[in-house]
Design a protein around this ligand. Sequence first.
Ligand code: SF4
Length: 342
Amino acid sequence: MTSLQECLINWYQENHRDFPWRQDHDPYHIWISEIMLQQTTTETVIPYYQNFIEHFPTVDDLAWASLEDVYKMWEGLGYYRRAKHLHESAKMIVDQYQGVFPCQYEDIIALKGVGEYTAGAILSIAYFKPYPAVDGNVLRIISRVYLIKENIVKKNTKKLIYDKVKGLLKGYDASSFNQALMDLGATICRPVHPRCSNCPIASFCKAREFHQQNVLPISIKKINHQEINYITGIITYQDQFLIIKNPPGLLENLYGFVQYEVESPYTFIERFKEEYGVELNIVSSIKRVKHVFTHRTWYMNVYHFVLNKPIEGLCTLEQLDLKPISTAHQKVLKAYRQSDAI
Ligand code: SF4
């Protein structure tokens, strides 16, 4: 049977995106492109990359240029600190490695502005070394393929995913594998509406098998104590919605959706079962909605769930519109209406 790695690499050979920095495996080229691609889209980067390489074709040219010249080439790309770091690092490479781009992890990660992802990208793409390059795309893909339901913002989850990729890389062409993940994340396994029917690794994907591709990854950012993260449920049964009257306290007498201060929609399902005694199935993630009160801010991570049987409190959309709903939850309802879930 063909492995996940083979499926992915074969797909990449035939479908990879054509970028100027993909014409060779020169570490200098990979480095410049990866730094430019931090916080910037590929379309924006292409002309800047071409100009930059034309003006500074080698590490030496960059090291000997004035910072002003480097900034000039960077003009309009933003986050100028990146240009400063490139310039300083080019000088380091000339001083410490006689202008030859280093090929060891410790030396590359020591360059200014290079983190674990960029070091992994350079080592794998330029030198074919088996280092993972885990960015948001890879966190998303691996979380889906292996049905990882933990929050990908957390360090432990990132480490788990890093180790998974490291294991996958063993014995395979790391350059093609990592770039295939980059392309898969950008074109197929997108944040919303992943194109599973066109996916080369669909047969390995647990999220697809269990219909969780529109739910994963769980990505809930940590916030300060005056801010609250909720999982907010648009809970439906056929064409009806579950709406509850708020308990005494904030927003008393108004109506809203069920929400719990929990970190995952799967924990929401458990809490809901404890409270209402019925099962929910998760359908999709809708949106993160923010609402600011005078003394606190709510971050409502809205998910669509379906009930497995009717319970008290269900009403149609028309009936819902007649109820006094809090402004925060009107925003939630609006997000739901604007989504594809309806
Ligand atoms: S099958 Fe769908 S969710 Fe799974 S990796 Fe492919 S595109 Fe992503």
